[in-house]
Design a protein around this ligand. Sequence first.
Ligand code: GH3
Ligand code: MG
Ligand code: MG
Ligand code: MG
Length: 311
Amino acid sequence: MKANAQESQSLVLIVDDEPFIRLILRHFLEREGYKIAEAQNGIEALTAFKQLHPDIVLLDAIMPDMDGFECCTQLELLDRSKHTPVLMITGLEDQESVDRAFEVGAMDYVTKPIHWPVLRQRVKRLIQQSQLQQKLEAVNLELQRLVTIDGLTQVANRRRFEEYFNQEWQRMKREQRPLSLILCDVDFFKSYNDTYGHRVGDRCLQKIAQAIKDIIKRPGDLLARYGGEEFAVILPNTDTEGATYVADKICHAIRTLAIPHQNSQVSPHVTISVGFTTEIPQSDSDLEEMIAVADRALYQAKAAGRDRFVQ
Ligand code: GH3
Ligand code: MG
Ligand code: MG
Ligand code: MG
């Protein structure tokens, strides 16, 4: 019986210095439907691995130039994210060799002479496990994305904001560096929805998010959707001057979008109000207060006529 269709597509890299062993392995595995690549020592194996991305490596222990143990160590370094399984096939049966093989990262170990029915099951199982592992990792990544990203605007959500703000507060407290927090709120957005409809409102929020995202360029900065039509920007390592620069740019960028808003009381276009604050964190009890300070500044920007930033 052949391996199932998915595994049959799999590429097996056979690494052995003995041509006869490579030949017999190739013969057996091709009969099972696998694709085959060969290498005759560790150095060749690493090159083939980098070029071909095999689904499994069958690795001999004793080879000239670079042996299987060293090769396995190097493969582990090359392949941190994918965890391609390495199956050692060797004449060495002593405990030290077996222990060493697993220590350097081999997933399984079989001894020569090769017992074909066992080898074929091991190869099949190792490939299946690795494929399952990769699927799980992809699902996990997607879940991470879903719980931290806002569906409408594709920027960080409130949950991610809280987590990151806490983290950066702690980091800036340790390093005694300034942390800036910017809160933004779209002006007269209720009447925007009333005038143009909720779907157009949604699209407007997407454009605003993108416009702010284009400004926030430093790797540690984070833009989040803080509430309905509210956005927050966390700027670690940023002093008052830096935060003023970003706040001004945000107001300007939204004006420049020139999204018509015929019922805004301040402009024929959509505008945004911004409040921000900067501090060098001292005590954890002040963390919530920093958000409140930025919120009060935002309120003042609204009260002073909107379409502006206040510190
Ligand atoms: P102000 O200038 O004082 O901020 O006025 P405002 O109308 O923007 O203030 P308010 O907080 O009263 O209204 C916010 C509105 O934002 C309410 C709601 O209609 C709208 N909104 C909140 N979330 C969404 C969303 O996800 N999509 C759309 N289209 N509108 C939203
Ligand atoms: Mg050998
Ligand atoms: Mg609001
Ligand atoms: Mg608003």
